[in-house]
Design a protein. Structure first.
Length: 273
Protein backbone atom coordinates (compact mmCIF):
# COMPACT_ATOMS: atom_id res chain seq x y z
CA UNK A 1 0.00 0.00 0.00
CA UNK A 2 1.27 3.46 -0.91
CA UNK A 3 0.53 4.85 2.57
CA UNK A 4 2.75 2.18 4.16
CA UNK A 5 5.50 2.85 1.61
CA UNK A 6 5.23 6.58 2.31
CA UNK A 7 5.54 5.91 6.04
CA UNK A 8 8.71 3.88 5.44
CA UNK A 9 10.10 6.71 3.30
CA UNK A 10 9.50 9.31 6.01
CA UNK A 11 10.98 7.00 8.64
CA UNK A 12 14.14 6.49 6.57
CA UNK A 13 14.46 10.25 6.07
CA UNK A 14 14.33 11.01 9.78
CA UNK A 15 16.60 8.17 10.88
CA UNK A 16 19.52 10.12 9.45
CA UNK A 17 21.50 7.03 8.51
CA UNK A 18 21.92 7.95 4.83
CA UNK A 19 23.24 10.92 2.86
CA UNK A 20 20.05 10.77 0.82
CA UNK A 21 16.94 8.58 0.56
CA UNK A 22 15.39 7.51 -2.73
CA UNK A 23 11.55 7.41 -3.01
CA UNK A 24 11.87 4.54 -5.51
CA UNK A 25 9.83 2.04 -3.47
CA UNK A 26 7.05 4.54 -2.79
CA UNK A 27 6.86 5.61 -6.44
CA UNK A 28 6.80 2.01 -7.69
CA UNK A 29 3.76 1.23 -5.54
CA UNK A 30 2.12 4.58 -6.25
CA UNK A 31 2.36 4.29 -10.04
CA UNK A 32 0.70 0.86 -9.92
CA UNK A 33 -2.34 2.50 -8.34
CA UNK A 34 -2.10 5.59 -10.54
CA UNK A 35 -0.64 4.59 -13.95
CA UNK A 36 -0.91 8.20 -15.18
CA UNK A 37 2.14 8.97 -13.02
CA UNK A 38 4.45 6.41 -14.63
CA UNK A 39 8.14 7.32 -14.81
CA UNK A 40 8.19 7.15 -18.62
CA UNK A 41 6.65 10.60 -19.11
CA UNK A 42 6.89 14.12 -17.66
CA UNK A 43 4.45 15.04 -14.89
CA UNK A 44 3.31 18.14 -13.04
CA UNK A 45 4.41 18.39 -9.40
CA UNK A 46 1.22 20.13 -8.33
CA UNK A 47 -1.00 17.43 -9.87
CA UNK A 48 1.17 14.72 -8.32
CA UNK A 49 1.00 16.39 -4.89
CA UNK A 50 -2.79 16.61 -5.02
CA UNK A 51 -3.01 12.92 -5.90
CA UNK A 52 -0.59 11.91 -3.12
CA UNK A 53 -2.46 13.96 -0.50
CA UNK A 54 -5.82 12.53 -1.60
CA UNK A 55 -4.44 8.99 -1.52
CA UNK A 56 -2.93 9.42 1.96
CA UNK A 57 -6.13 11.04 3.20
CA UNK A 58 -8.23 8.09 2.03
CA UNK A 59 -5.82 5.60 3.62
CA UNK A 60 -5.59 7.38 6.97
CA UNK A 61 -9.30 8.18 6.99
CA UNK A 62 -10.13 4.48 6.70
CA UNK A 63 -7.80 3.64 9.58
CA UNK A 64 -9.27 6.44 11.70
CA UNK A 65 -12.82 5.32 10.91
CA UNK A 66 -11.96 1.74 11.87
CA UNK A 67 -10.48 2.87 15.19
CA UNK A 68 -13.56 4.98 15.85
CA UNK A 69 -15.82 2.02 15.17
CA UNK A 70 -13.88 -0.09 17.66
CA UNK A 71 -14.16 2.64 20.29
CA UNK A 72 -17.86 3.09 19.54
CA UNK A 73 -18.54 -0.61 20.05
CA UNK A 74 -16.82 -0.40 23.41
CA UNK A 75 -18.70 2.75 24.42
CA UNK A 76 -22.48 2.52 24.06
CA UNK A 77 -23.98 5.39 22.16
CA UNK A 78 -20.67 6.90 21.00
CA UNK A 79 -20.92 8.81 17.70
CA UNK A 80 -18.14 8.68 15.10
CA UNK A 81 -19.78 10.49 12.20
CA UNK A 82 -17.88 13.75 12.74
CA UNK A 83 -14.52 11.97 12.45
CA UNK A 84 -15.16 9.92 9.33
CA UNK A 85 -14.22 12.71 6.95
CA UNK A 86 -11.03 13.75 8.69
CA UNK A 87 -7.44 12.55 8.67
CA UNK A 88 -3.98 13.88 9.51
CA UNK A 89 -3.90 15.22 5.94
CA UNK A 90 -7.05 17.32 6.35
CA UNK A 91 -5.95 18.47 9.82
CA UNK A 92 -2.68 19.81 8.40
CA UNK A 93 -3.49 20.94 4.87
CA UNK A 94 -7.22 21.48 4.41
CA UNK A 95 -8.63 24.99 4.42
CA UNK A 96 -11.93 26.43 3.34
CA UNK A 97 -12.89 29.25 1.01
CA UNK A 98 -16.23 31.00 0.86
CA UNK A 99 -17.39 32.63 -2.37
CA UNK A 100 -19.78 35.53 -1.67
CA UNK A 101 -22.02 35.81 -4.75
CA UNK A 102 -24.28 38.87 -5.08
CA UNK A 103 -26.95 39.11 -7.75
CA UNK A 104 -26.69 42.52 -9.46
CA UNK A 105 -30.43 42.58 -10.16
CA UNK A 106 -32.04 41.85 -6.79
CA UNK A 107 -28.85 42.25 -4.66
CA UNK A 108 -29.44 38.87 -2.96
CA UNK A 109 -26.28 37.46 -1.39
CA UNK A 110 -25.38 33.78 -1.21
CA UNK A 111 -22.27 32.04 0.08
CA UNK A 112 -20.72 29.00 -1.58
CA UNK A 113 -18.14 27.14 0.57
CA UNK A 114 -15.31 25.17 -1.00
CA UNK A 115 -12.54 23.13 0.62
CA UNK A 116 -8.96 23.33 -0.65
CA UNK A 117 -5.54 21.83 0.00
CA UNK A 118 -3.65 23.92 -2.56
CA UNK A 119 -4.36 27.49 -3.68
CA UNK A 120 -3.47 28.04 -7.36
CA UNK A 121 -2.46 31.68 -7.71
CA UNK A 122 -2.36 33.62 -10.98
CA UNK A 123 0.85 35.54 -11.74
CA UNK A 124 -0.21 39.09 -12.70
CA UNK A 125 3.10 40.13 -14.28
CA UNK A 126 5.54 38.83 -16.87
CA UNK A 127 8.65 40.23 -15.18
CA UNK A 128 8.57 40.76 -11.41
CA UNK A 129 5.83 40.59 -8.80
CA UNK A 130 5.35 39.58 -5.18
CA UNK A 131 3.41 36.76 -3.59
CA UNK A 132 1.09 39.43 -2.18
CA UNK A 133 0.41 40.60 -5.75
CA UNK A 134 -0.59 37.04 -6.65
CA UNK A 135 -2.86 36.85 -3.60
CA UNK A 136 -4.46 40.21 -4.41
CA UNK A 137 -5.16 38.96 -7.93
CA UNK A 138 -6.71 35.72 -6.66
CA UNK A 139 -8.94 37.38 -4.07
CA UNK A 140 -10.02 40.44 -6.05
CA UNK A 141 -13.78 40.65 -6.75
CA UNK A 142 -14.94 39.49 -10.17
CA UNK A 143 -18.04 40.15 -12.26
CA UNK A 144 -19.91 37.20 -13.75
CA UNK A 145 -21.59 38.13 -17.04
CA UNK A 146 -22.71 36.54 -20.31
CA UNK A 147 -21.87 32.82 -20.28
CA UNK A 148 -20.75 33.06 -16.63
CA UNK A 149 -24.04 34.42 -15.27
CA UNK A 150 -25.52 32.80 -12.18
CA UNK A 151 -28.99 31.34 -11.88
CA UNK A 152 -30.52 33.49 -9.12
CA UNK A 153 -32.94 31.63 -6.87
CA UNK A 154 -34.65 34.89 -5.88
CA UNK A 155 -34.97 36.36 -9.38
CA UNK A 156 -35.74 33.02 -10.98
CA UNK A 157 -33.44 33.51 -13.96
CA UNK A 158 -29.86 34.00 -15.14
CA UNK A 159 -28.38 37.26 -13.90
CA UNK A 160 -25.08 39.13 -13.77
CA UNK A 161 -23.39 38.87 -10.39
CA UNK A 162 -20.26 39.74 -8.44
CA UNK A 163 -18.19 37.11 -6.66
CA UNK A 164 -15.53 37.56 -3.99
CA UNK A 165 -13.57 34.81 -2.26
CA UNK A 166 -12.36 34.82 1.33
CA UNK A 167 -10.72 32.25 3.58
CA UNK A 168 -13.10 31.00 6.28
CA UNK A 169 -10.73 28.31 7.58
CA UNK A 170 -6.97 28.79 7.41
CA UNK A 171 -5.02 25.49 7.33
CA UNK A 172 -2.03 24.81 9.56
CA UNK A 173 0.12 24.41 6.44
CA UNK A 174 -0.92 26.39 3.37
CA UNK A 175 0.40 25.44 -0.07
CA UNK A 176 0.53 27.97 -2.90
CA UNK A 177 0.78 26.85 -6.52
CA UNK A 178 2.18 29.56 -8.79
CA UNK A 179 0.42 29.19 -12.15
CA UNK A 180 3.49 29.41 -14.36
CA UNK A 181 1.93 27.40 -17.16
CA UNK A 182 -0.62 29.65 -18.86
CA UNK A 183 -2.40 30.20 -22.15
CA UNK A 184 -1.48 33.18 -24.29
CA UNK A 185 -2.92 33.72 -27.78
CA UNK A 186 -4.09 30.09 -27.95
CA UNK A 187 -0.58 28.88 -27.10
CA UNK A 188 0.50 27.36 -23.78
CA UNK A 189 3.63 28.89 -22.31
CA UNK A 190 5.66 28.96 -19.14
CA UNK A 191 5.93 32.24 -17.22
CA UNK A 192 9.45 32.87 -15.96
CA UNK A 193 8.28 35.77 -13.77
CA UNK A 194 10.30 36.46 -10.64
CA UNK A 195 7.87 36.06 -7.73
CA UNK A 196 9.27 37.49 -4.50
CA UNK A 197 7.97 35.63 -1.46
CA UNK A 198 8.57 36.38 2.25
CA UNK A 199 10.41 33.93 4.50
CA UNK A 200 8.34 34.89 7.55
CA UNK A 201 5.42 37.04 8.68
CA UNK A 202 3.23 36.27 5.68
CA UNK A 203 -0.01 37.89 6.81
CA UNK A 204 -3.17 36.48 5.26
CA UNK A 205 -5.56 38.55 7.38
CA UNK A 206 -6.66 40.76 4.43
CA UNK A 207 -8.08 37.65 2.75
CA UNK A 208 -9.53 35.93 5.79
CA UNK A 209 -13.15 36.18 6.91
CA UNK A 210 -13.84 37.81 10.27
CA UNK A 211 -15.51 34.55 11.34
CA UNK A 212 -12.17 32.72 11.09
CA UNK A 213 -10.21 32.62 14.35
CA UNK A 214 -7.16 30.74 13.03
CA UNK A 215 -3.66 32.17 13.12
CA UNK A 216 -3.14 34.31 10.00
CA UNK A 217 0.68 34.64 9.94
CA UNK A 218 2.85 32.03 8.25
CA UNK A 219 6.54 31.26 7.72
CA UNK A 220 8.06 29.58 4.68
CA UNK A 221 9.11 25.96 5.24
CA UNK A 222 9.64 24.51 1.74
CA UNK A 223 9.80 25.39 -1.95
CA UNK A 224 9.43 23.16 -5.01
CA UNK A 225 11.30 24.52 -8.04
CA UNK A 226 10.78 23.78 -11.72
CA UNK A 227 13.57 24.41 -14.19
CA UNK A 228 12.92 23.93 -17.88
CA UNK A 229 10.05 24.48 -20.29
CA UNK A 230 6.73 22.87 -21.20
CA UNK A 231 8.20 19.75 -22.77
CA UNK A 232 11.16 19.10 -20.50
CA UNK A 233 11.87 20.06 -16.91
CA UNK A 234 13.64 19.19 -13.70
CA UNK A 235 12.25 19.51 -10.18
CA UNK A 236 14.27 20.37 -7.09
CA UNK A 237 13.27 21.36 -3.57
CA UNK A 238 14.38 23.65 -0.77
CA UNK A 239 13.38 22.51 2.72
CA UNK A 240 13.90 24.11 6.12
CA UNK A 241 14.96 21.76 8.91
CA UNK A 242 12.36 22.01 11.67
CA UNK A 243 14.99 21.71 14.44
CA UNK A 244 18.17 23.41 13.19
CA UNK A 245 16.25 25.96 11.02
CA UNK A 246 18.88 25.51 8.30
CA UNK A 247 17.85 25.36 4.64
CA UNK A 248 18.77 22.42 2.42
CA UNK A 249 18.62 21.90 -1.33
CA UNK A 250 17.38 18.52 -2.63
CA UNK A 251 18.48 17.82 -6.20
CA UNK A 252 18.13 14.09 -6.90
CA UNK A 253 20.94 12.42 -4.91
CA UNK A 254 22.57 15.75 -3.99
CA UNK A 255 21.51 17.17 -0.62
CA UNK A 256 23.37 20.35 0.30
CA UNK A 257 23.05 23.00 2.97
CA UNK A 258 22.33 26.40 1.42
CA UNK A 259 22.25 29.99 2.74
CA UNK A 260 18.90 31.67 3.30
CA UNK A 261 19.58 34.02 0.38
CA UNK A 262 19.55 31.08 -2.05
CA UNK A 263 15.98 30.14 -1.15
CA UNK A 264 14.55 33.06 -3.13
CA UNK A 265 14.54 31.55 -6.63
CA UNK A 266 13.04 32.48 -9.99
CA UNK A 267 12.14 28.81 -10.49
CA UNK A 268 9.75 28.59 -7.50
CA UNK A 269 6.61 26.63 -8.42
CA UNK A 270 5.09 25.46 -5.11
CA UNK A 271 5.41 27.32 -1.82
CA UNK A 272 4.74 25.70 1.57
CA UNK A 273 3.99 27.98 4.55
Amino acid sequence: ESATAFGCLVSDMWLGQFDYVSPEAFHSIFEKRYPAFSRTTQHDAQEFLICVLDDLHEAFKEVRAQLCQERASATAGASTRSLRGTSIVTQLFEGQLSYAIRCLTCRALTDRPESFTILSLPIPSTRVCSLQDCLECFFQPDVLTRNNQIHCYWCGGNQDATVKASITKAPQIIIFHLKRFAWQDKHRMKLSTTVCYPFSDLDLSPYISTSCCNNTEYSLCAVVNHAGDLDYGHYTAFCKHSVTKHWYSFDDAEVTKIPDSAVQADTAYLLFY
